[in-house]
Design a protein around this ligand. Structure first.
Ligand code: HEM
Length: 188
């Protein structure tokens, strides 16, 4: 009787441990941040994590593939009033001073694109060097809200939709973008 009871307890423990291990899916977060992955997952339905073991950089078609996404999304975000990319009419500082809006001159747009490509190439596992500033420093005092950030994420997704990027790659790139939210959003 006692032996049968012990055997039953042992079996129950093994089953619980196995279930516990299985519930995490055993997969590593694609962006290194489970919360960022979860948000990206919610935006892109039907992505399939199995199969192709290449880096995201390779799956996106290397630097040309990432450059195409950045070119398309840059035009979109600059034109999107929900993002207010140039930060017009943004109050910053204690005494109601205004943030000096960013000038979308061809040189500035070019620099933004170059640094964003370098940033994403690096984050996606590619070989490039990032020569821009860190995310918190660049966006300091822009008073970016979660809603503005969400609108920009939507624009990036729209660019990838237009370019026919696969569901898994969309999810992985959006998860990378999500990891920057904490450094960029200043105002809730
Ligand atoms: C609502 C969201 C955002 C707004 C309004 C915004 C705005 C800006 C502006 C105005 C600049 C130019 C700053 C300058 O040259 O002085 C800039 C630079 C930059 N942003 Fe953002 N940004 C946003 C989100 C993001 C996100 C999600 C990423 C990452 C994927 C990102 C990556 C960069 C990079 C790499 C640069 C260039 C840094 C440099 O030149 O040193 N931004 N951003």
């Amino acid at each position: 009787m006692l032996i049968r009871l012990l055997a039953r307890c042992f079996l129950a423990t093994v089953t619980l441990v196995a279930a516990g291990c299985g519930s995490g899916g055993g997969s590593t977060p694609s962006s290194g941040d489970p919360e960022a992955d979860r948000r990206a997952e919610l935006r892109v339905a039907g992505s399939d994590d199995k199969g192709d073991s290449r880096t995201l950089y390779d799956r996106l078609g290397g630097e040309p593939g990432i450059t195409a996404i950045v070119d398309d999304m840059t035009e979109r975000v600059i034109a999107d009033p929900r993002v207010n990319f140039d930060r017009t009419n943004v109050k910053s500082g204690w005494i109601g001073t205004m943030y000096r809006p960013w000038n979308p001159s061809p040189e500035n747009v070019q620099r933004f694109k170059l640094h964003t490509v370098q940033f994403l190439v690096l984050a996606a596992g590619g070989p490039a060097q990032y020569s821009g500033r860190d995310m918190a420093t660049v966006h300091k005092e822009m008073r970016i809200t979660n809603n503005e950030f969400d609108a920009m994420v939507g624009d990036i997704k729209a660019s990838m939709d237009r370019l026919g990027v696969g569901a898994r790659e969309k999810k992985d790139l959006l998860a990378i973008v999500e990891t920057t939210r904490k450094q960029i959003v200043e105002k809730q």
